[in-house]
Design a protein around this ligand. Structure first.
Ligand code: CMP
Ligand code: MG
Ligand code: ZN
Length: 627
């Protein structure tokens, strides 16, 4: 028994008889009753059947049984205590195991393996939206959520009015509440915003520029208002959301994390290849605020400052697309649980959704954003070619299937994200709406307590009675919970996404046609080159084989084979002969034709230098002829 008790938990869990051992251990310490024997057999059955949920229940049963025995007093207390501790550690290990299983993204990836998705697109989806590093350590769920009334009062009103008045200085004016609440020094805010703009413009990116930052910030704002989630968030959390969106791509280099890793850039080295850009975005933005004149958070209390920072870091790091599938899976799992949704996770999902939201906007916008992103990817491709690196997925301007990739992006990334977003918002906001509707206020506006516990009067008033008045004193926009219409929000988004997908489908057909024409042209020119070559080879062979004595050279058939296979680029066996990355690529002369082929294994374009192969073949041929 002792041996089992000291056995490392991991080995127990890894072992195939963990449940029976656990039960045995416990029952040896306690008394082997009928109940525990019965538990023993069913536990093993459940293990074999893989019903983790039921195993949990059974284990709970075992522990309760032990507690009863303890209450009766017919047990050695020391043994019992040890066994209970042991059981707890096993439970913990099983929990970790289960969490790992949940975080496993294979399920999602298997969807991508569908034949309807072109190989290039599949490859891109798998390499961009998953992380090969394995299991990410999860933050403990039990992050304290308690907010004191003092904090709520300190928070006051900030975000909702940030955009609606104009200032003589920069086109923005700040309501008194803003200044009073967070005491954000306005000159600092202006200097900081200007510095952000400079950082976003540093690399002159077609996509990751200050307009993208503004777009994502505005979208986050829109989501917060139209889903009603702002009523669930505290002022500090709302500020964190807006701030995170504003800085989320700060000083983006216009190249991907993978490019940084492959080129061993300074930032990749600095951040050990982990969420390289995202780490930089947060770090560099916070570095700006180290300067006194840009420190917009100077007047936050220490606790608020730390909390805001923790939320911002978590949100921005979660915009790393390689964590996408894990993020979705974890959140889906959370929604199935009875407990409430973790604030930081919900906020991260909002930012992530806003970051990939252009397919949920009008076609004109979506198309422009897509083309801007493609141009950015292609510029990376140009750099990769110049460096003799393999093209990253979607980075080869000559062969990327833009429309096809967008269909894949919408199907596998955007739709599931927005569907999860709306489901999450429903789970969080519906109870607030119900609760507010019970209180008999005109706009669900009577101060009351929501499910989060005590809130300040000011906070409650904001949540339930919030009205936005245009600066000209004109239109009144009601942003109370009463106006939240999640169904319309969802339907509207989904309709636009679908419509955009249909547009891409039309374009994909054209893309396919163009591709076929290109292929045909390539084939034709390949055939004519091959024919020329064969003709040329034949004439050389004829000359050589006739030789001085007029006898036929026995190597003729071999020579033909070499030439033919080395110039037939679509031949599978030949693709092995082509180098995936050719450092000499840029040394090619104009006369040397470069032909591209796709690796049949991973869909990566392969560079094959037809003329180089021809030269090689001719050399071989000459060697053979001279033998
Ligand atoms: P970023 O804005 O840093 O984070 C979200 C990422 O999603 C974005 O960079 C792009 O890499 C990716 N993304 C956004 N829109 C598209 C799109 N239409 N097609 C492919 N990738 C996209
Ligand atoms: Mg980013
Ligand atoms: Zn972004």
């Amino acid at each position: 028994m002792r041996k089992e008790l000291v056995q490392p938990v991991s080995s127990v869990v890894a072992g195939s008889h963990v449940w029976i051992r656990l039960v045995r251990t416990i029952t040896m310490g306690a008394r082997a009753t009928e109940t525990t024997r019965e538990l023993e057999s069913t536990s093993v059955k459940y293990q074999i059947g893989g019903h983790a949920e039921k195993m949990w229940q059974r284990l709970k049963g075992i522990l309760r049984c032990l507690v009863k025995q303890l209450e009766k007093g017919d047990i050695n207390v020391v043994d019992l205590k040890k066994n209970i501790e042991y059981a707890a550690s096993v439970l913990e290990a099983v929990y970790i195991d289960e969490t790992r299983r949940l975080l496993d993204t294979e399920d999602e990836l298997s969807d991508i393996q569908s034949d309807s998705v072109p190989l290039e697109v599949r490859d891109w989806l798998a390499s961009t939206f998953t992380r090969e590093m394995g299991i990410v350590k999860r933050r403990p769920e039990e992050k304290p959520k308690f907010r004191s009334i003092v904090h709520a009062v300190q928070a006051g009103i900030f975000v909702e009015r940030m955009y609606r008045r104009t200032s003589s200085m920069v086109g923005l004016a700040y309501p008194a509440e803003v200044i009073v609440t967070f005491k954000i020094p306005v000159p600092n805010l202006i200097t900081f915003a200007e510095a952000l703009e400079v950082g976003y413009s540093k690399y002159k990116n077609p996509y990751h520029n200050l307009i993208h930052a503004a777009d994502v910030t505005q979208t986050v704002h829109y989501i917060m208002i139209h889903t009603g989630i702002m009523h669930w968030l505290t002022e500090l959390e709302i500020l964190a959301m807006i701030f995170a969106a504003a800085i989320h791509d700060y000083e983006h280099t216009g190249t991907t994390n993978n490019f940084h890793i492959q080129t061993r850039s300074d930032v990749a080295i600095l951040y050990n290849d982990r969420s390289v850009l995202e780490n930089h975005h947060v770090s560099a933005a916070y570095r700006l605020m180290q300067e006194e004149e840009m420190n917009i958070l100077a007047n936050l209390t220490k606790d608020d400052w730390r909390e805001l920072r923790s939320l911002v870091i978590e949100m921005v790091l979660s915009t790393d697309m390689s964590g996408h599938f894990q993020q979705i899976k974890t959140m889906r799992h959370t929604l199935q649980q009875a407990e409430g949704v973790d604030k930081a996770k919900a906020m991260s999902l909002i930012l992530h959704a806003a970051d990939i939201s252009h397919p949920a906007k009008s076609w004109e916008l979506h198309y422009r954003w897509t083309m801007a992103l493609m141009e950015e990817f292609f510029r990376q491709g140009d750099k990769e070619a110049a460096l003799g690196l393999q093209f990253s997925p979607l980075c080869d301007r000559k062969s990327t299937l833009v429309a096809q990739s967008q269909i894949g992006f919408i199907d596998f990334i955007v739709e599931p994200t927005f569907s999860l977003l709306t489901d999450s918002m429903e789970k969080i906001v519906m109870p607030l709406i119900e609760e507010a509707s019970k209180s008999e206020s005109p706009a669900f506006g009577t101060p009351g307590q929501n499910s989060l516990g005590a809130v300040s009067n000011a906070e409650t008033q904001r949540r339930h009675n919030f009205k936005t008045t245009a600066s000209d004193g004109g239109t009144h926009t009601e942003n109370s919970l009463a106006t939240v219409d999640l169904t319309s929000f969802k339907n509207n988004l989904m309709q636009i996404i679908q419509a955009n997908k249909e547009r891409w489908k039309e374009l994909a057909e054209e893309e396919e046609l163009v591709r076929n024409v290109d292929e045909q042209e390539k084939d034709q020119s390949r055939n004519s080159t091959d024919a020329q070559l064969q003709e040329e080879t034949r004439s050389i062979q004829n000359e050589s084989s006739q030789g001085s004595d007029g006898t036929t050279c026995p190597t003729r058939s071999i020579v033909l084979q070499v030439v033919t296979s080395d110039t037939s680029l679509s031949d599978e066996s030949n693709s092995e002969k082509c180098t995936n990355s050719d450092p000499n690529q840029k040394d090619l002369t104009d006369a040397q034709q470069e032909t591209q082929n796709t690796d049949p294994l991973n869909g990566e374009p392969i560079h094959c230098k037809k003329s180089e192969d021809i030269v090689k073949a001719t050399e071989q041929k000459q060697a053979l002829v001279h033998n």
